[in-house]
Design a protein around this ligand. Structure first.
Ligand code: TPP
Length: 940
């Protein structure tokens, strides 16, 4: 190989790339077969890697004198130096100064020269460009470069980027760190502002500690920098265009964040501590939105919604005690705030419009699965929010449990690595590093629209709450904590040493903060020991839904139907599907009936036409679990998608249906959040089978059923839960309707189990019509499987154009001869169709009437009462259900039926006996049971 040619080829390599090539070359020299075949080929073709002096001198004058080594020993030194540099980048975090308590050991083994058989003199010989091409010009040689890297990577911020595979991102991250750009030049004013903020943060906690002795507040102390850190993330993001910032966080430091980030007035917080009347203290409308439910919540679960001076909306989500569950809800808020839903087609998303900041606990982050569920959604088209900024408020302890008992990973943040989220750990006692972290995170998000994680490492000054004594369980940690100065003290001393203010100024700052706190406290009325509290829902909630017209004009619906079946001529819908859909063409001319999915698509089309946007998600919801929906068509030749609901004439509302990831809790939480922040949108979540919704039980218990009573948080979310006993076994039969009925109270939601496609059409349209109104409530809908295409559940078009939602349906053909009726069967959902099927075989059923309770909650008492009153010879009311006696609707309706049954009329039950498992596993046994129940209903 001619030396010149070889040089020409290798010249295209520089810095770390060349270092890498050299490393591989050394390996090649030892064993040519041990390297990649491509590399082997290169070495065979071009010989040993060589470098011109020009390349070597790019980053420092000293390099000019460097002569490329020609022997293998020097090669190996260069390789070692490059390896060392890389290991500093990768493992520097193990030796970094990120633990304010300094009670964990640092591991420097991978970054020491001796481990690489390198001397300082060796390093001096090596050019900077091999080791750290981005170093500032003060770095003159290889030794300087290694020392520089060690300093950068082991200070008060530690970096973990190795798992980020995208080269552009990784280069940016590395360059920002190694060029020193990560540390901003803070002005005097900025530094003093941080100190002022820390004085407020600490002052608030100390004041509350002194005045409200023994009351829980989940103090921020030890992680005080969380507030200035959030301040900076918010101001940087606002600079980049954010108009809404949504924050999710648990108890720790929440009151402080409410006071200082949300600007909830001190007096309002103190009134809550003091159980004092506070309504007069709520500031004027518009400056801060604090809504209250009628039964309320503890102060450290309450959220707030503020529009600040720059017209930026800052929201702290209400949240329950259940750690981490607010995370997907906040993501849902954020997506809703980013989307414009005012035109047809997909909503237009602008990630710059809104940002989610999610604060996690260091024990909860690795421990609660909803965290990884939420992270997994961050890159999906239906759920991404253009990058969230995660903060682990890491006090190195969870309640009394130390890290070694709460996770199997080194860092609390490690789960985030699987999602390629850049992670930085920052010492919470170093304010300027924390500010650098905030700017870095906001900038990364702006550039790459992806999640970023800041692991803010501090400590917890007191016990889990202020009444716990941590010395009993964690004495070693608390011996250190007790002696540890606060970050305000540390930073004040730093600024005094820098000559930015005097000790007297520091004291003055403290006095001013205290005076403000005291003045606020002085405004708070005394405790009201016997408050006149009304715990009833407001009248508009209590009175329920008004009558709503839900039918659609025949011509209009016919036209929508035609539009839904009108895809472009050159669009090749899968033939079999195309044929099935085209069968819908003439239903308005009396040819055929409208089945469930057809009614749904017509409901959606008419809702969009009325100007209401729709968002639907669920597992495989585009097609539908039972292949019934097919709202997204796929060209069988090109794979292209066509969504007829995007092409309706004269509509100004967006429509979207996404297949969700295989997740229930976080997806449902996301949709709940989306609907809360976008109350004008019909948001639907569909479970694959209804019982899978119990994976998301927390969302139902803590948010959907109780959110309004606790926090005044309105929701019109629709949940579609496939339900019905069809012999598919214990896990695909029951949507566990009893759970929703057990939680039903105060008009908190509608629970319905319908028997016809027409009823489905009307209940969807009713829900859409109520959106944005005070009466709105969520809708829990048992949806069918076998009824989806059942002729008895399908309807004529007149059912849609000339009817309405009926909470009770009377069985057609029964009950006309009132004097003959001795038994009224009440039932709900699919079994009503089973009964109707059987009825067709009965010769004389005059003695029987059947009522379908389509809306179980709110229970249609008046309608049922009116119907019962028609039958003077009634002997018994029989509730018939397919679910076991301890499940389904029975335990819920039983007291209503007893209350409504006329004197002398028995109330009986027919259905499966009490069971621990919802259904039989064997389809033959199922059939037998089902027949037995139907027989019972029809036997005198
Ligand atoms: C789902 C859930 N399980 C248990 C608890 C009880 N609990 C409240 S705080 C806490 C410790 C949390 O530790 P960490 O996540 O580190 O947050 P910290 O309180 O230390 O800020 C526990 C176990 C809870 N609130 N939620």
């Amino acid at each position: 190989m001619n030396d010149q040619a070889s040089r020409g080829f290798w010249e295209s390599f520089s810095g770390p790339n060349l270092g890498y090539v050299m490393e591989v070359y050394e390996q090649y020299l030892n064993d040519p077969e041990s390297v990649e075949p491509e590399m082997k080929e290169l070495f065979e073709q071009w010989g040993a890697p060589t470098v011109s002096n020009e390349v070597l001198s790019t980053s420092g004058q000293a390099d000019v004198s460097f002569q490329m080594p020609t022997n293998a020993t020097i090669f190996s030194k260069i390789v070692s130096a490059v390896k060392l540099a890389d290991n500093i980048r990768t493992y520097g975090h193990l030796a970094a100064d990120i633990n304010p308590l300094n009670n964990t050991s640092k591991d420097t083994r991978r970054i020491e020269l001796k481990e690489y058989n390198l001397t300082e003199e060796d390093l001096r010989q090596i050019p900077v460009s091999f080791i750290c091409p981005d170093a500032p010009s003060t770095v003159k040689n290889g030794l300087d470069a290694i020392n520089y890297l060690k300093d950068v990577y082991t200070k008060k911020i530690a970096y973990e980027f190795h798992h980020v595979h995208n080269l552009e991102e990784k280069n940016w991250l590395q360059k920002t760190v190694e060029s020193g750009k990560i540390y901003p030049q803070l002005s005097k004013e900025e530094k003093l502002n941080i100190l002022k903020r820390l004085t407020e943060v600490e002052g608030f906690e100390k004041f509350a500690h002194r005045i409200f002795v023994g009351q829980k507040r989940f103090s921020i102390e030890g992680l005080d920098m969380m507030v200035p850190l959030m301040d900076k993330i918010i101001s940087s993001s606002v600079e980049y265009g954010a108009k809404t910032v949504n924050i999710g966080m648990a108890h720790r430091g929440r009151l402080n964040v409410l006071a200082h980030i949300l600007e909830k007035p001190y007096e309002l917080i103190f009134a809550e501590f003091q159980h004092a009347p506070n309504k007069d203290l709520i500031p004027s409308e518009g400056s801060i939105g604090i809504t209250y439910g009628w039964t309320g919540d503890v102060k450290y679960h309450l959220g707030a919604d503020r529009v600040n001076k720059e017209s930026v909306r800052v929201v702290l989500a209400n949240n329950p005690s259940h750690l981490e569950v607010a995370a997907p809800v906040v993501e849902g808020y954020t997506r809703a705030a980013q989307e414009n839903r005012k035109t047809s087609g997909y909503p237009e998303q602008n990630p710059e419009e809104a940002l989610a900041i999610i604060v996690h606990g260091d024990a909860a982050f690795p421990g609660e699965g909803i965290v990884t569920e939420t992270l997994n959604m961050s890159g999906l088209r239906g759920y991404n929010t253009g990058g969230s900024i995660h903060i682990i408020s890491n006090n190195m302890i969870g309640f009394t449990t130390e890290s070694f008992d709460s996770r199997s990973t080194k860092y609390s943040s490690d789960a985030a690595k699987g999602y390629e989220i850049p992670i930085i750990h920052v010492n919470a006692d170093d304010p300027e590093s924390c500010i650098a972290a905030a700017i870095f995170a906001a900038e990364y998000r702006r550039l790459f629209k992806k999640d970023f994680l800041i692991d803010l490492i501090g400590y917890r000054k007191f016990g889990h709450n202020e009444t716990d004594e941590p010395m009993t369980t964690n004495p070693m940690m608390y011996q250190i904590v007790r002696k540890h100065p606060t970050v305000r003290t540390i930073y004040a001393e730093q600024l005094v040493n820098e000559g930015l203010l005097s000790k007297e100024d520091v004291q003055k700052l403290e006095e001013n903060v205290n005076a403000k706190l005291q003045a606020a406290y002085d405004k708070v009325p005394g405790a009201d020991e016997n408050p006149d509290i009304v715990m009833n829902p407001p009248e508009y909630v209590a009175s329920g839904y008004p009558a709503v017209k839900t039918s659609v004009d025949n011509e209009e619906l016919k036209d929508l139907n035609a539009q839904l079946l009108n895809w472009p001529e050159d669009f090749n819908v899968f033939k079999k599907l195309g044929k099935i859909l085209k069968r819908r063409e003439n239903v308005f001319d009396g040819d055929g009936k409208i089945d469930w999915a057809h009614a749904e698509s017509l409901a959606f089309a008419s809702i969009l036409k009325d100007g209401t946007p729709i968002r639907m998600t669920g597992q495989d919801s585009q097609r539908g679990t039972f292949a019934q929906r097919n709202l997204v068509l796929h060209d069988e030749k090109t794979g292209e998608e066509y969504i007829p609901l995007h092409h309706l004439k004269d509509t100004n509302a967006s429509f979207v249906v996404y297949n969700s990831p295989l997740t229930e809790t976080a997806v449902l939480g996301f949709e709940y959040g989306y609907n809360v922040l976008s109350p004008e949108t019909l948001v639907l979540w569909e479970a694959q089978f209804g019982d899978f919704a119990n994976m998301a039980q927390t969302m139902f218990d803590q948010f959907i059923s109780a959110g309004r009573a606790k926090w005044g948080q309105k929701s019109g979310l629709v949940m579609l839960l496939p339900h019905g006993y069809e012999g598919q076994g214990p896990e695909h039969s029951s949507a566990r309707m009893e759970r929703y009925l057990q939680m039903a109270a105060e008009n908190n939601w509608t629970v319905a189990n319908l028997s016809t496609a027409g009823q489905y059409f009307h209940i969807l349209r009713r829900q859409a019509a109520m959106l944005g109104k005070d009466e709105i409530r969520p809708l829990v809908l048992m949806t069918p499987k076998s009824l989806l295409r059942h002729p008895l559940a399908s309807v004529d078009s007149s059912e849609l154009t000339n009817s309405e939602f009926k909470p009770v349906l009377e069985q057609a053909g029964l009950g006309q001869n009132a004097d003959k009726v001795e038994r009224i069967v009440l039932c709900s959902g699919k079994i009503a169709i089973d009964l109707e099927t059987r009825l067709q075989e009965e010769e004389n059923a005059e003695w029987l009437h059947i009522l379908r309770i389509e809306e179980l909650y709110p229970f249609p008492e008046n309608q049922v009462k009116e119907i019962l009153s028609r039958y003077k010879n009634l002997k018994e009311i029989v509730w018939v259900q397919e679910e076991p006696q301890n499940m389904g609707g029975w335990t819920f309706v039983d007291p209503y039926l007893r209350g409504l049954s006329p004197q002398g009329v028995d109330v009986k039950y027919a259905g499966r006996p009490r069971r621990s498992s919802p259904s039989e596993g064997d389809p033959v046994v199922h059939k037998k049971e089902q027949n037995r129940i139907i027989n019972e209903a029809f036997t005198k």
